[in-house]
Design a protein around this ligand. Structure first.
Ligand code: HEC
Length: 249
């Protein structure tokens, strides 16, 4: 009996030991999360604007080249103009000097900091991760990042915040070194969508979900084509089978 009791305690204990200060992400409906779902182009464009105007001050997006923004619906001219807003360190030139030049469509998004130490020094010792793969790299990534961005609040009385930290129950340990990055009306959307924190967060998560898996839609379309092909092929085979065996009884 006592053994059974011990086994029972062992089975139920891991969830109890889990970090009680970290809340599981809130669930949101995402257009791309269903098996045949696609990314909402307008949300992606708005999300890119949020990344560009807010997140890119601290976070890099190293896996994405400007050219790939054509997936968001931008044409070549627009992409050239977007790239030209960024400055890239290039070189060395003939004199052996490094120099800055405007980015070209073939360049990746530049790192906002020259190196990790500089990034940490500006962020109270914490490192703002590269956002290119954040949605894939975290469990339930889209919901996690959305919950994180919208989940700031004042700390409960029993929690003492460390210096430079903000209370965020969705971050491991409940304290994060990223100050709340979004406030209502922070960006002005060209399509007139009201820029609430929730809206900006959903848009930037849509954009980052695409950045984490730019091949997702192509992969799904290919999967669908393969399934259709297999259905047609099986039907064809069935009729061939019927006609071959028709006269054999
Ligand atoms: C002022 C700089 C700054 C800005 C602006 C900023 N962040 Fe951060 N972010 C940080 C830092 C620093 C961390 C690391 C926090 C820590 O480790 O406590 C972080 C962490 C994160 C994490 C958590 C990563 C993990 O490890 O789970 C996500 C997701 C994130 N940021 C997304 C964003 C998005 C999206 C935006 C734009 C809306 C943004 N951040 C804007 C500095 C920034």
């Amino acid at each position: 009996m006592i053994r059974l009791f011990i086994i029972f305690i062992l089975i139920i204990s891991p969830p109890c030991l889990a970090d009680a200060t970290t809340r599981p992400p809130e669930q949101t409906h995402w257009s791309f999360a269903t098996p045949l779902g696609t990314f909402d182009r307008s949300a992606m464009q708005r999300g890119f604007q949020v990344y560009k105007e807010v997140c890119s001050a601290c976070h890099e997006l190293s896996h994405i080249r400007f050219r790939e923004l054509s997936a968001l619906g931008f044409n070549d001219k627009e992409i050239k103009a977007i790239a030209a807003d960024y400055s890239i360190k290039d070189g060395p030139n003939d004199e052996g000097e490094m120099f800055d030049r405007p980015a070209l469509p073939g360049d990746s998004f530049p790192n906002p900091f020259p190196n990790e130490q500089a990034a940490r020094a500006s962020n109270g010792g914490a490192f703002p991760v590269d956002l290119s793969l954040i949605i894939k790299g975290r469990e339930d990534g889209a919901n996690y990042v959305h919950s994180l961005l919208t989940g700031y609040g004042s700390a409960p009385t029993d929690i003492t915040l460390f210096e430079g930290k903000s209370y965020n129950p969705y971050f491991e340990g409940g304290q994060i070194s990223m100050p709340p990055p979004l406030v209502d009306g922070q960006v002005t959307y060209v399509d007139g969508t009201p820029a609430t924190v929730d809206q900006m967060s959903k848009d930037v998560v849509t954009f980052l979900s695409w950045a984490s898996a730019p091949e997702l839609e192509a992969r799904r379309q290919m999967g669908l084509k393969v399934i259709l092909y297999l259905i047609v092929f099986s039907m064809l085979m069935y009729f061939v089978y019927r006609s071959v065996w028709r006269n054999v009884k």
